[in-house]
Design a protein around this ligand. Sequence first.
Ligand SMILES: [Ca+2]
Ligand SMILES: [Ca+2]
Length: 424
Amino acid sequence: MVKVSMQAIMLAFKSLRCGCVSAKMVTTLIASRFYVAKFIAALIIAMGAPAIVQSEILSSSEASMQKQVRQIPSLILSPVFPDLALNKPLFLTHAGDGSDRLFLVEQGGAIKVVANGSDGSDAKLFFDIQSATKNRFTVSDEEGLLGLAFDPNYRTNGYFYVYYSAVSPRRSVISRFRVSPDDPNRFEEASEHILLTVEQDYRNHNGGMLSFGPDDYLYVGLGDGGSAGDPHHRAQDLGQLLGKILRLDVQGRAAPDNPFVTVEGARDEIWAYGLRNPWRFSFDRKTGDLWAADVGQNSREEVNKIVRGGNYGWRWFEGNHSYQLDEDSYKHKVIMPVVDYSHQLGQSVTGGYVYRGARFPQLDGWYLFGDYVSGRLWALDTALEKPSMIAVGQVGHPSSFGEDEAGELYMVSYVGQIYQLMPE
Ligand SMILES: [Ca+2]
Ligand SMILES: [Ca+2]
């Protein structure tokens, strides 16, 4: 169940030198995955060394498929910012301005900024939704401050973009803000410029990812609107923005060469469609490939490589399985996921990144992602046409992954901890 190596546990025992902790207590602790993140953090504090999470092959059948391919090294999840308190963090990113700061998004509407490599005690409140907008911000399980992206020209224009939920009426809002001219660690109040508003009739499936592509366009992830089973069949409806990935310019307009600008009745903003709830996508820094995780309904979670104009199948398909086929489903080309997995392994996929940092060349080209519910983490070798999922660890509620300016990878745990991902 829990993939904390025995080696790490024995090391912890040794350094603790404490006869009062029984093996049974440890087993009980690690069997409760809710406490895994805090348990690992406690181990690190006790050990003064990073926890070790063993890479392992998923199953014997997977093992035979993996024989001829390279192995990912054992990974360490090393907690960072020990003196930083976070409440329901959902994302981590950088400004791309050479300052090497990290920006941490909390669902409740705050963005905190810290120096990369610090203990976190230097954290400043960069953004606060309550002083940012007159709109009625709202938070629920899948609503809140969900996304953040910095303008490719942030260094000169100070613009950044956020995705948040509002009510009266219920909607998703994508807005641009500006940094304060007087303080690089604080945004400028009253600088909101709304790029796009999308009506929502349900609280769930809001997507929320924002990211600039290598083409300097802003990509936006929107879920199918919510409820269950896409009752209004929106993901396949090119006349609607829900269930799509959009590609916008920095004014919020459709990019002029988007795939459906010449298609009658289709929204110009759409880049790809047939998505249920894309929860985190990212661009491979080396190849420009767009990798998106799409959260499933009742049985399958999936990871997709998104191409221009692609239809990713929902609600006709959930992962590689049919969900609700109809006469139209047989007339359309649908792109199946690169990988999908059953709800025995997890119930809500969290997309990650292809590692392209310089520090750990042995991780180059591995796409790292996880599952929010089970806490399992996996890697895909993107050099392969049909990569298999390789389990690399397990940790409490991975809500997102993130990159620093140098392309080093982090994992954001919803319980309030950030980890850096690195080889053992
Ligand atoms: Ca919704
Ligand atoms: Ca799909």
